[in-house]
Design a protein around this ligand. Structure first.
Ligand code: S3P
Length: 430
């Protein structure tokens, strides 16, 4: 008899952080259940509290929190620099909000965040009239946002990025100015969905070239509060599914209550193209997002070619695809993935260095990598370079029967997936 494990993963990181920001800007009490209690949302919550938000501590079990909104004009000047820790999403989205405030604020983060590009957000915000002062290297944190009135914008994003899109939409909301954006590809649309949930009209058109046009034509005078259940994070589920595919959980695994948003579920067709035995069962909606259960069973995998249009729909799951490729005979080619170089670490480099250290044949190119599948047992030490997702993909590979991989700094997974290592152990134990 099949003895498949059924698990849940913590709340979606993107939605949790947006929920905290929108609940703060809303008028009235928001009720948020399932907010991810990890380091990134905690950093965003702390920054919002420093701006006057009334956000209780994030409970470890995802229990409901109630946030009394401050309204669109209700934030207050912070007394100290805002420390966003490791959170790129928190930083970039808040830059949009801060750009439209009447006060100045300083934004900073950890070494990883200090190394990540911010001009992709400050350039278009600057075109709206926002003013910034770089306090360290140009284009990097720490940064002073001077605040003041801003105007509307019509902007073509050079790369599809939900963080940039969201920063500009939030600047439009906070500054009460119209925003029109075009994106060269698809990026996750949580902000658009959640703004609609707050009563804001956000219009999306799919263009002939598969890109998107997003418009905030009528900026709202107020946001209605949220009452939501945050879905499980598909990006976290991807590690669990990978464990199912690789036989870490010998009878496979089902993840329940997970978000299936079509603008970011591209890892599922990628795994399927690799021959993965996946079953997706939609089960309604939560927080304006489709949710459901996904089952992954072990079985043979095959190598594939991944291109840029695949990458935008699975930008945070490409490391999981690269690790699946280790067990897919032949050469998997991943291209169009240059954005991975500016995540929490350079993920292309981190994959290449660590896979090579384990004896896997890999080739690094500017915008991706090739992975040559092997059935050899793998052993060695992996450095995640302080990147939660790199730590977790190698954790899963290490848990595959026959492998012996030590992941240095396992605690870095706290950024997005508290409880990851104990869940992985449960999967192994069946
Ligand atoms: C996110 C957007 C993506 C993703 C990140 C979360 C978001 O980044 O990689 O983990 O919540 O908007 P980009 O917008 O830079 O692609």
């Amino acid at each position: 008899m099949e003895n498949r494990m059924i698990v849940r993963v913590p709340g979606d990181k993107s939605i949790s952080q947006r929920a905290l920001i929108l609940a703060t800007l809303a008028e009235g009490e928001s009720r948020l259940r399932g907010v991810l209690p990890s380091a990134d949302p905690r950093s965003t919550a702390a920054a919002l509290r420093a701006l006057g938000a009334d956000i209780p501590p994030l409970p470890a079990d995802g229990a409901e929190i109630r946030v009394q909104g401050r309204g669109l004009g209700g934030l207050t000047p912070p007394e100290a620099p805002l420390d966003l820790g490791n959170s790129g999403t928190g930083t970039r989205l808040l830059l949009g909000v801060l750009a439209a405030q009447s006060f100045s604020s300083v934004v900073d983060g950890d070494d990883s965040l200090r190394s990540r590009p911010m001009a992709r957000v400050t350039d278009p915000l600057g075109a709206m009239g926002a003013r910034f002062e770089w306090l360290g290297a140009h284009g990097r944190l720490p940064l002073r946002v001077l605040g003041g009135p801003i105007g509307g914008i019509e902007y073509d994003l050079p790369v599809a990025s939900a963080q940039v899109k969201s920063a500009l939409l939030l600047a439009g909301v906070a500054g009460r100015v119209p925003v029109g954006l075009t994106e060269p590809g698809v990026s996750r649309d949580h902000t658009e969905r959640m703004l609609r949930g707050c009563g804001v009209s956000v219009i999306t058109h799919v263009r002939d070239d598969a890109g998107r046009r997003v418009e905030l034509r009528d900026p709202p005078t107020r946001l209605t509060p949220l009452d939501i259940d945050v879905p499980g994070d598909l990006s976290s589920a991807a590690f669990v599914l990978l464990a199912g595919l690789l036989g870490v959980a010998p009878s496979g695994v089902t993840v329940e209550g997970v978000g299936l948003n079509p603008t970011r579920n591209g890892v599922l067709p990628l795994f399927e193209r690799m021959g993965a035995r996946l079953e997706v069962e939609p089960a309604g909606e939560a927080a304006g997002e489709p949710v459901g259960r996904i089952t992954a069973r072990p079985g043979p995998l095959r190598s594939i070619a991944v291109d840029e249009s695949d990458v935008t729909l699975a930008v945070d799951e490409i490391p999981s695809v690269a690790i699946a490729a280790v067990r897919a005979p032949g050469r998997t080619r991943i291209r169009g993935a240059r954005e991975l170089r500016v995540k929490e670490t350079d993920r292309i480099r981190a994959l290449v260095v660590n896979l090579r250290a384990l004896g896997v044949e890999v080739e690094e190119v500017d915008d991706g990598l090739d992975v040559v599948g092997t059935d050899a047992p793998l052993s060695g030490t992996v450095d995640p370079f302080d990147d939660h997702r790199i730590a977790m993909v190698f954790g899963v590979l290490g848990a595959q029967p026959g492998n012996a991989i030590e992941v240095l700094d396992p605690g870095c997974v706290e950024v997005s997936f508290p409880g990851f290592w104990s869940l992985l152990q449960e999967l192994r134990d069946g």
